[in-house]
Design a protein around this ligand. Structure first.
Ligand code: KG4
Ligand code: ZN
Length: 328
């Protein structure tokens, strides 16, 4: 299965195949990041992204085939992200995928980007349905019960900013480079999280939703009060923001795991899987490790390269759909 991903600022292609022993294997996973194309603008510019996908896509597909050491006529199907995302990029991936499928007379599968993230723990760890998925990326913060292929129950979502978006905006207001998540994490490692007292949004709220915009505003107010900011101040504010975000997330996950227990048959192992770029953050992972430990749940955290946007997750989702006979 060839997978293509181009919904945001990564152009990616991957080959995933099911081995004779039943496990799915990633034969190649090529990701071209456009981060540098957008760096000067402090965010992703849709028009620039669309043009960059056009320029990169055919070379990325060739690279994925070459790394997997297979010829294009050996492909059995093609999958591409068809939404949600920036429409210019989606068209590039979908049309490339459809053209290859039409030329080779093989099925084309349009994949929802979120399904790609949701199924990644099955690709990396072979976990069984059902499981709880925490998706924390630049565009989404959601808690989803994954009951089966195509059966997703959303238990919680953000009522304002996504967590990655909050990291990115916080970085911007602290003068740190884009993408903000890794910048904030880097600064936070040298900071004192206790110096600034920041709110823990939604903590204790019986719903499973998230909120991060108030936290971002609290950082802005603290930054304005401490301005002009020294490197030390930026490190302390980064550490305080990261600690508050991790704390809030840990509380939400705690509640979700308590609810998961009520829907799982007795004796079933509870599993929390994480996906999305923010899952690469070590403080966030520590909060999730603590929450799952409190509930005797298993934490499945795929390698960072498969938590952020990639095409292996799209190829894998296509593979599951093809195997289930869900061909459009
Ligand atoms: O999943 P992803 O690659 O793209 C989508 O949004 O779909 O996630 C990107 C987001 C960005 O907001 C980025 O700042 C954040 O994930 N991120 C991080 C870290 N690495 C990436 N946030 C916090 N800590 C990190 N180490
Ligand atoms: Zn994503």
């Amino acid at each position: 299965m060839l997978g293509l991903e181009s919904s945001c600022d990564e152009t990616a292609a991957s080959i995933v195949a099911r081995g004779a022993d039943g496990t799915a294997r990633i034969l190649s996973n090529i990701v071209y990041s456009q981060v540098e194309d957008h760096a000067a603008y402090g965010g992703v510019v849709p028009e620039i992204a669309a043009r960059a996908h056009v320029e990169a896509m055919d070379g990325i597909v060739r690279a994925a085939l070459a790394e997997a050491a297979i010829r294009i006529d050996a492909l059995d199907a093609v999958a591409a992200t068809t939404g949600p995302g920036l429409v210019g990029g989606l068209i590039v991936g979908a049309m490339t995928g459809r053209a290859i499928a039409a030329a080779r007379d093989i099925p084309f599968l349009g994949i929802n980007h979120l399904e790609g993230h949701a199924l990644t723990p099955r690709l990396t760890d072979g976990i069984a349905y059902p499981y709880l998925l925490l998706l924390v990326s630049g565009g989404h913060s959601q808690i989803i019960l994954v009951r089966g292929l195509g059966q997703y129950e959303r238990w919680g979502t953000t009522i304002d900013d996504a967590l990655g978006e909050a990291f990115d905006k916080t970085a911007k207001l602290l003068g740190l480079p884009h993408p903000g998540g890794p910048s904030v994490e880097r600064m936070a490692s040298a900071g004192n999280a206790a110096r600034f007292r920041l709110p823990r949004p939604m903590k204790g709220d019986p719903r499973l939703d998230f909120s991060f915009s108030g936290l971002k505003t609290a950082v802005r107010l603290a930054a304005e009060a401490a301005s002009p900011l020294s490197d030390n101040d930026v490190a302390d504010l980064s550490a305080a923001f990261q600690a508050a975000a991790a704390d809030s997330l840990g509380d939400r996950v705690d509640r979700a795991l308590a609810r998961l227990r009520t829907v799982l048959p007795a004796g079933t192992q509870a599993v929390l899987a994480v996906a999305g770029g923010v899952a690469a953050n070590q403080a966030i992972r520590a909060a999730l490790t603590a929450a799952t430990a409190r509930h005797g749940a298993q934490l499945v955290a795929p390698p960072a390269a498969l938590c952020t946007d990639n095409a292996a997750m799209i190829a894998y989702a296509g593979l599951e759909r093809l195997e289930a006979g869900l061909i459009p």
